[in-house]
Design a protein around this ligand. Structure first.
Ligand code: DAH
Length: 352
């Protein structure tokens, strides 16, 4: 049996171990700083502290036991001091919350859940309308080639629309698409008629940022190709869309225009019935909402369709404009700033 073990049998060492357990339990139970102070005084108080008393008696102890008892007394003292500090920190944190002053009937804070960007919501509304008319959803890459973005769409590279000044090139003939029209080509390459697609997505232009321009914005492309599609189908589909989107009193008009990929081409304007603050209803001005036209036979030939057999129409619109016209946003500038930040998600988030 070693010296240490013999010392542990000493009644004072046993007493110290008991005191340690007792004191630690009292520390754990103490609910505030006053209770903790009472524990400290009871065990470590200089005058009457139970552990201090044992340390004071060391001189009267048999010298062979003195070291072991002294060491044990100091260990217990340190352990207890540490426990008092830890508990004291806990207690002061717990009592930081002033129960008396707090209004416990106050409703909790709501978690911020986020929501869909207004333009994405409108893209969805538009999609629901075209879906009801038998369209499916299509998508294409945001980084595309000169062939898809321009040439296949009957736009020669020396056409002003293909000007390097207006287009963001990545490398060689790869660029950020300047419109969603390349999805027309990609869809027709993969599928035979009948085609009826809606393709929302982001487009990019080297535009200087201002209240009505942004280098990144959303477009929605539409394409219908089949046997016997006529200008009547074209106008009727867009007029029906406008009525379902803004209401039965909405009118559209087609203004002659030019796009290399449509012949004839048109700008589509709408006139809406708007409700004023006093409840009266007035007609809005005409405002352009999209470019459109009958698909140029050259485009159909580029994807290997027989342009004698098939005809079609196409359109491209800006959902941000549509969102503004339908729901109104007081500060245009703010609106477009948010547009850039949040629109990226829908180009990635939608699929056919
Ligand atoms: N791609 C055109 C633009 O970005 C918009 C457009 C016009 C799309 C006519 C079409 C169309 O499909 O037929 O300005």
């Amino acid at each position: 049996m070693g010296l240490d073990n013999m010392s542990n049998d000493n009644p004072l060492v046993i007493r110290l171990t008991e005191l340690e357990a007792e004191a630690l339990a009292a520390v754990a139970e103490a609910g505030d700083s006053e209770a903790l102070e009472r524990v400290r005084v009871t065990y470590l108080g200089r005058k009457d502290g139970r552990i201090s008393a044992i340390l004071r008696q060391l001189g009267e102890i048999d010298p062979s036991d003195r070291r072991a008892v002294g060491a044990e007394a100091n260990r217990v003292k340190e352990t207890l001091t540490g426990a008092l500090e830890v508990r004291s920190a806990q207690v002061s944190q717990e009592t930081d919350f002033d129960v008396e002053a707090a209004d416990l009937t106050m409703p909790g804070r709501e978690t911020w859940a986020g929501g869909a960007h207004p333009v994405n919501q409108v893209v969805d509304e538009i999609w629901q309308i075209f879906r009801g008319m038998g369209f499916t959803r299509a998508r294409g890459p945001e980084a595309d080639t000169e062939w898809y973005n321009f040439e296949a769409l009957n736009t020669p590279l020396d056409h002003p629309a293909a000007d390097e000044q207006d287009t963001l090139y990545l490398k060689d003939s790869v660029l950020l698409r300047s419109h969603t029209s390349p999805v027309q080509i990609r869809t027709m390459e993969k599928h035979d008629p009948p085609i009826r697609i809606l393709a929302p997505g982001m487009v990019y232009r080297r535009d200087t940022y201002d209240a009505t321009h942004t280098p990144a914005f959303a477009q929605i492309e539409g394409l219908v190709v089949d046997e016997g599609i006529t200008f009547v189908d074209f106008k009727a589909t867009l007029a029906e869309f406008a009525r379902r989107f803004w209401g039965a009193d909405t009118k559209i008009r087609l203004r002659p225009s030019f796009f290399p990929f449509t012949e004839p081409s048109a700008e589509v304007d709408v006139k809406r019935l708007i409700t004023l603050k006093d409840g009266s209803r007035v007609e809005s001005d005409w405002i352009e909402i999209m470019g459109a036209g009958m698909v140029d036979p050259a485009v159909l030939e580029n994807v290997g369709y027989d342009s004698e057999r098939y005809t079609g129409f196409a359109f491209g619109m800006g959902p941000a404009r549509m969102a503004l016209l339908k729901y109104g946003v007081p500060d245009l500038r703010l609106f477009f700033e948010n547009d850039i930040r949040f629109l990226g998600q829908f180009a990635r988030g939608v699929g056919s």
